[in-house]
Each structure stands twice: as C-alpha cells, then as structure tokens.
Design a protein around this ligand. Structure first.
Ligand SMILES: [Zn+2]
Length: 205
C-alpha cells in the first residue's frame, strides 16, 4: 500500500462538520487528508474533489491562482449536498514544491507564463501524481466520483489509476484581475475547460 490510514476525527468548518481522515504516504512521508460528509460508501457516485495543496492559494489568500476559491467552492458544494469527499493532497505547486513555486512566480513576475516558468526550472508543466487517491477512496468505500474539476487531464489521470469517474462537474469560481493570465494559460496550454459546459464527459466505468 502506498498510503496507510492513520486516524480520523471530526472537523467543524463554516460549511459543515466533516470527518477528517489522515493518511501517510510511506515512501515520501507526505501526510494527506480526506474530508468526507454523509454516507459515501453506499455505492452511488460521490461528489468529490481531488485538490492538490496550494499553500499560497488555500491558506494565504493568494490571487495568483484560483485554488483557494476552488477549495472553498468544493467544500460548500459537498456541504450543500450533505454528501461527498475532498481529497487534499500535499503536492504543492503542481508537485514541484513550495520553494520551486516561488522561483516560478519570480520568473512569472519577469514575464514568463506558468507553463514556461515550470519548464525553465526543469519541471514538466504538471508533475502531480494521483496514485495515492485509489487506496484513500477504497478506505472510505467510495466506488465512483462525480468529480469537481475543470481539468479533463485530471479525469483521465484518475481513470487511468482505476478510479471510476461517473461525471465531471465544472467548478467556475475565483477569477480575478491577477489570475486572468494564469487561468488563460491553464485553458490554452493545459486543456482546462473554462466555459459553462456542464455535461457528463466520461462514461461510468
Ligand atoms: Zn494555487
């Protein structure tokens, strides 16, 4: 097992009181968290978000990206449905780490876009790894996801890992004057869907 379950507790938030389950990735020592709400093990597709850590966006209110508002929108959506899971993966800066993210921001301050900056630092545009998701979902008894994301590549990455995605649910939030270029780059270079599309794009697997 790449990750082991450690403990679970309640986590009261402004949106709902979630159950927080902690998992340890043994190879790297990274600590991941799943917030869950309601009965997610009944077999029906579960509203879910796979969110990669973004310290600047999630905790420091950065407007360079849309992570913080996407995290909040996902937690609100799960709360209003009364059922869902949020996987919070500790892979900062699309997997390059916080210091390298700051280096990339420095290059972006000098005019590079987010993809060019990562490549100039010697990283692929997206180094995230979703292999840890499956054992976490299995632990919680989740059989398939209605995945909240604008990123069709994430849907593919997860289905390639054996995770059933019944539907992609778009998340449209968090656009501001500072991240306009960043979001346009994600749409243009990384294939994110920023329109108002809302349809099932993946067959139930
Ligand atoms: Zn971010």
């Amino acid at each position: 097992m790449p990750v082991v379950f450690v403990a679970a507790s309640k986590l009261p938030t402004p949106f709902a009181t979630f159950t927080m389950s902690g998992f340890l990735e043994q190879e790297t020592g990274r600590e991941h968290v799943v917030l869950s709400l309601g009965d997610v093990s009944d077999g029906a597709p579960v509203l879910g978000r796979v969110h990669s850590e973004c310290l600047t966006g999630d905790a420091l209110f950065s407007q360079r990206c849309d992570c913080g508002s996407q995290l909040e929108a996902a937690m609100r959506a799960i709360a209003s449905e009364g059922r869902g899971v949020l996987l919070y993966l500790r892979q900062e800066g699309r997997g390059i780490g916080l210091m390298n993210k700051i280096r990339a921001y420095e290059l972006q301050d000098g005019g590079a876009d987010t993809v060019e900056a990562n490549e100039r630092l010697g990283f692929a545009a997206d180094q995230r790894d979703y292999a840890i998701c499956l054992p976490m979902l299995e632990h919680l008894g989740v059989k398939s996801l209605r995945l909240m994301t604008n990123n069709p590549r994430k849907v593919k990455a997860l289905t390639d890992m054996g995770i059933a995605v019944a539907e992609r649910v778009p998340l449209h939030t968090g656009q501001n004057p500072h991240n306009k270029l960043y979001l346009a780059t994600k749409a243009g270079k990384l294939g994110h869907m920023m329109g108002n599309e809302h349809q099932s794009e993946v067959d139930p697997a």
